[in-house]
Ligand binder design. Structure first.
Ligand SMILES: NC(=O)c1ccc[n+]([C@@H]2O[C@H](COP(=O)([O-])OP(=O)(O)OC[C@H]3O[C@@H](n4cnc5c(N)ncnc54)[C@H](O)[C@@H]3O)[C@@H](O)[C@H]2O)c1
Length: 450
């Protein structure tokens, strides 16, 4: 599904015209290309408190151009505003800002950078979860980081993104995975997010194939976001098993063959779906991605029982029943990863989507409630909430709503299935057990529900 406005706004005539009449001017986002090795291709600036040292210790695995600003200059080459190179990535540790007057360090650090960022720069702020701090003033200062980071993300131009990561005590050695994701084009369409990292025992051993040796099931994998998820998990080394409804068999088999994977044709709402699925997975499974989903939009006044029931059955009941069966039968292994495809509609609500939004909010609640119960086995469960993604599902949305969905975000455009797939692939990694019970929005910082 193409976005012709982006093509126009980035043409030489279009660019001038769009600027002259003040229309939104979305840029073409840089995305991860096959064969790329370094998460950051350009200058990485690191500064701030004690976690900066931790980041420095792993930074040479992210890029070979490391600069420091406002920290011990012996750690890396000092970056001098107006003289240093333009920056492709920035990490600022704000975890030691514990009083209101210390927050000015945010302005002092970021202001000189704002006009020195490269196209599609990725910024990360580190902090400590306010809920874990006893001192109310310290908790308030750390909570202030949320407002600052979400606002600064909205001020970034040229495809820049910014996230806040609250690093739990003991989770410091889990920083490499999130930094590889959030400082690279893998997170091109993720911005303004607040992430909470917990300690986790498992780690990625080979960053070129972080999912090697892991078996992954993707539902609704014949097309759209599901197909892209299957491709991305296979790229990262997973053995993939693709599931979709019987009418999608041809597309499903073709994709499975191309990825060296296996296919299962099954309606996830069939009465015996759970039993069939367990039977298809005799060797167990490490990663389960509940991606299959449908819309049946109508305002509630016109909502028929079958529209309501179908959406709740596919989107919410099936992931619940299937995950429970995989757990009860020991099919889902220890340190497993469960990823639920929710939607920002489940966060913000959407006219004409009471059924869909209820189902997607239910998935976010499911991740939140199940996470602590599964933690003992090292299993993480998270929701990914896409915003407007260019697929056959959104191609059916009426033109006006489609345009609004695309432009009403900081990045001013829809995302691609690849953007959702990259987020899922990160959540599927062994080290990402540090992140559980949360909803990660992949929405270009959409204004909906922000
Ligand atoms: N496209 C977007 O902008 C967007 C935004 C937010 C959330 N999402 C969610 O992402 C997921 C994928 O969306 P998409 O745009 O790729 O949708 P899509 O309609 O292109 O693909 C969905 C796939 O799920 C399969 N499926 C549907 N019912 C099934 C069933 N009963 N059993 C097995 N498979 C079934 C379909 O055959 C299809 O292959 C969905 O859960 C959707 O709600 C999409």
């Amino acid at each position: 599904m193409s976005d012709r406005y982006i093509d126009f706004a980035n043409s030489s005539i279009g660019h001038r015209l769009v600027g002259a009449i003040g229309l939104p001017s979305p840029v073409r986002l840089e995305r991860w290309q096959a064969g790329r090795l370094r998460p950051v291709e350009g200058a990485l600036l690191i500064g701030g408190g004690p976690l900066a040292e931790k980041v420095n210790a792993l930074a040479n695995r992210l890029t070979d151009a490391i600069y420091s600003y406002g920290t011990d200059p012996s750690m890396a080459t000092a970056w001098i505003p107006g003289h240093g190179p333009k920056l492709k990535a920035v990490v600022f540790d704000a975890s030691d800002l514990l009083q209101t007057d210390q927050l000015k360090a945010l302005r002092e650090f970021f202001q000189p950078l704002m006009k020195n960022l490269e196209h599609c720069a990725h910024l990360v702020i580190l902090g400590r979860d306010p809920q874990t701090l006893n001192d109310p003033f310290a908790a308030s200062a750390q909570r202030a980081l949320e407002g600052f980071s979400r606002s600064l993300a909205k001020e970034l131009r040229s495809g820049g993104t910014l996230q806040l990561i609250y690093v739990g005590e003991g989770a410091e050695d889990q920083l490499e995975g999130p930094l590889r994701f959030f400082l690279s084009p893998k997170s091109a369409f993720v911005s303004g997010q607040v992430i909470r990292l917990n300690p986790c025992e498992t780690q990625v051993t080979d960053w070129t194939r972080p999912l090697a040796g892991r078996k992954a099931l993707v539902t609704g994998a014949a097309r759209g976001i599901g197909a892209s998820i299957a491709e991305t998990l296979a790229r990262d080394g997973a053995d993939v098993i693709l599931l979709d409804v019987p009418p999608a068999k041809n597309d499903l088999d073709a994709l499975a063959a191309r990825l060296g994977g296996r296919s299962i044709t099954l309606d996830i709402c069939a009465e015996d779906a759970a039993a069939q699925l367990v039977e298809h997975l005799p060797d167990g499974i490490d990663i389960v991605v509940h991606n299959a989903g449908i819309t049946r939009d109508k305002t509630l006044a016109n909502m028929t029982p079958d529209f309501w029931d179908a959406v709740l059955a596919v989107n919410l009941n099936a992931p619940q029943v299937l995950t429970q069966a995989l757990l009860d039968n020991g099919t889902l292994r220890d340190n497993g990863r469960v990823i639920l495809l929710a939607s920002i509609s489940g966060i913000a609500g959407n006219r004409g989507q009471t059924n869909y939004a209820a189902s997607k909010a239910g998935l976010i609640g499911l991740a939140q409630a199940w996470a602590p119960l599964l933690q003992e086995r090292g299993i993480s469960i998270n929701a990914v909430a896409p915003g407007f993604i260019e697929t056959q599902m959104t191609a059916r949305v009426p033109f006006g709503l489609r345009e609004a969905g695309r432009r009403m975000s900081s990045l001013g455009q829809g995302g691609l299935p690849q953007d959702v797939a990259e987020a899922v692939a990160w959540l599927a990694q062994p080290g990402t057990g540090a992140f559980t019970g949360q909803a990660l929005r992949v929405c270009g910082q959409s204004v909906l529900g922000a």
